[in-house]
Design a protein around this ligand. Structure first.
Ligand SMILES: *Cc1c(COP(=O)(O)O)cnc(C)c1O
Length: 482
């Protein structure tokens, strides 16, 4: 109540300013909660109190409008990803498919058996079904899930680095940074581990690892170079050699696989390299593998741990596991996606991919994961959509071109793979490109593209086919506003 009365005078002052109605009209349109509006107005007025000269009323209103708009722009909402980067971390990585969404909506709006054993009517394990099928999918003895891959790694390190055994032996060629804020050495540090670097950037041998192992060694860590590649004179032991050596020395081998494809990526598109799968790593002798749920798996944000049964059970017993566990919505989305993978065997997958390339049905055939659909859509299909887009925009004040270009996987995955793509390029007749880019970000359904060679580019591989109409609407709205 006190808060309420305190806010009144500020609003009152503002009401007396000539253009305040304009601000309030704008506010109504943005649907910002009144409390948030009042907070912004108060902050702007507070800032004025310290100023030497008080600006004109119109100027004050303009500032408030711009602050309100900036706040409004920060809320999370759908965008059209026309960047051509499939797993775009800034744009939320993998979009989820209809199966997962339907399952999430159902479980979100009702009660569910999250920790309830349906056969006994007693308290039960969380995500037991998911863990069972995830293990099957990865050819693992056991599996579990936490918040993200960084959390999975912290949990593993916390558990295995204890007392006198804290050293993590890792190659200097694998002390990687993934995107913003994830650096292997820093993750080790916060987990209470001591880094024991071996080898050189480009050359690490099994002998380097062997010599570093002592009674202080907690584990050997292998980190997949998921977002970069090295060429030239590069040597490192195979996973099998590393596992054999580690086991001879009686230490565990853990692998951070990063992207975590569970199907052969080369089957999704002939231009894709093979991404190592968790099943392959486990077969080669790795004791525990961690990977992300929202990279090549095409699921929600999660960190997946697969490997030895005793190890997974011990990790689940860690107090920290409780702090890193996933929400039921994430669990049910993953459960649906894992089952979809299990339903489509490897053979069926390659068949459906072939059908997809032959079919005239478009890119939805046989693909329940939007990520896979985007990877396997053909250039011909993209050209058809580009032509429709250009036809729908013919009366707009732009020069339009259809170009062939490239698309990338992104999200720290398959850095060497480039997929061919089709680009609709816009050259505005009057406004500059920067204004066009900003206007499109401001659209009701924001469009995120990029500027290249004096053109605004829309890379169609990452635009979901269901968004084509919205894309046209956003472009037309911005075009007619010029
Ligand atoms: C992406 C990545 C991570 C971080 O995974 P998050 O799920 O984003 O926490 C860790 N290690 C590697 C090798 C990665 O590629």
């Amino acid at each position: 109540m006190k808060h309420e009365t305190e806010t009144q005078p500020d609003l009152q002052t503002l009401r007396s300013l000539p253009a305040v109605d304009k601000v309030l009209a704008q506010v109504g349109q943005l649907e910002l909660p009144r409390q948030a509006v009042v907070a912004v107005i108060r902050r702007e007025l507070e800032a004025l109190r310290g100023a030497d000269a008080i600006p004109e009323a119109d100027e004050i209103v303009a500032r408030i409008q711009s602050s309100l708009h900036a706040l409004w722009q920060k809320r999370i909402r759908p965008v059209i990803n026309a960047t051509g980067v499939l797993i775009h971390t800034n744009l939320g990585r993998s979009p989820l498919g209809e199966h997962a969404l339907a399952a999430m909506a159902e479980v979100a709006s009702q009660y569910g058996n999250l920790e309830y054993d349906m056969s006994t009517g007693q308290r039960g394990g969380r995500a037991a079904y998911l863990e069972h099928n995830l293990a099957l999918l990865c050819g693992a003895e056991a599996a579990t899930v936490v918040n993200n891959n960084a959390a999975a790694l912290v949990l593993v390190l916390r558990h295995l680095c204890q007392e006198e055994r804290r050293e993590v032996v890792i190659s200097r060629g694998e002390l990687v940074q993934i995107g913003g804020g994830f650096r292997i050495p820093e993750i080790l540090e916060v987990s209470g581990a001591t880094l024991r670097e071996v080898g050189t950037t480009n050359n690490t041998s099994c002998e380097d690892y062997r010599q570093a192992i002592s009674s202080a060694t907690a584990l050997v860590l292998k980190v997949h170079r998921s977002n970069f590649f090295m060429g030239g004179f590069v040597q490192s032991p195979t996973t099998t050699e590393l596992a054999t050596m580690a086991h001879q020395q009686q230490v565990l081998l853990v692998e951070d696989l990063g992207s975590g494809a569970v199907v052969p990526t080369e089957l999704l598109h002939s231009s894709l390299e093979h991404e190592p799968t968790p099943a392959e790593s486990l077969k080669q002798g790795v004791d525990l593998v961690t990977f992300s749920g929202d990279k090549l798996l095409g699921g929600p944000q999660a960190g997946i741990l697969v490997g030895k049964k005793t190890l997974v059970a011990a990790l689940k017993g860690e107090p920290m596991f409780r702090a890193l566990r996933c929400d039921k919505l994430i669990l049910v989305a993953l459960q649906t996606i894992v089952d979809d993978y299990l339903h489509g065997s490897r053979q069926e997958l390659s068949d459906s991919m072939r059908d997809l390339h032959d079919s005239s049905q478009g890119q939805d055939a046989g693909c329940s994961l939007p990520l896979h659909a985007m990877m396997s859509v053909t250039i011909e299909q993209l050209h058809l959509r580009a032509e429709k887009l250009v036809a729908a925009l013919a009366d707009q004040p732009w020069q339009l071109e259809i170009l062939e270009g490239e698309s990338r996987i992104g999200g720290g995955s398959l850095p060497r793979s480039v997929l061919p793509s089709v680009i609709v390029a816009l050259r505005p007749e009057q406004k500059d490109l920067a204004t066009l880019t900003t206007r499109l970000r401001d659209a009701a359904h924001p469009v995120i593209g990029y500027i290249h060679a004096d053109r605004f580019c829309l890379n169609l591989r990452t635009v979901l086919p269901t968004q084509d109409e919205d894309l046209i609407a956003a472009l037309r709205a911005v075009g007619s506003g010029q």
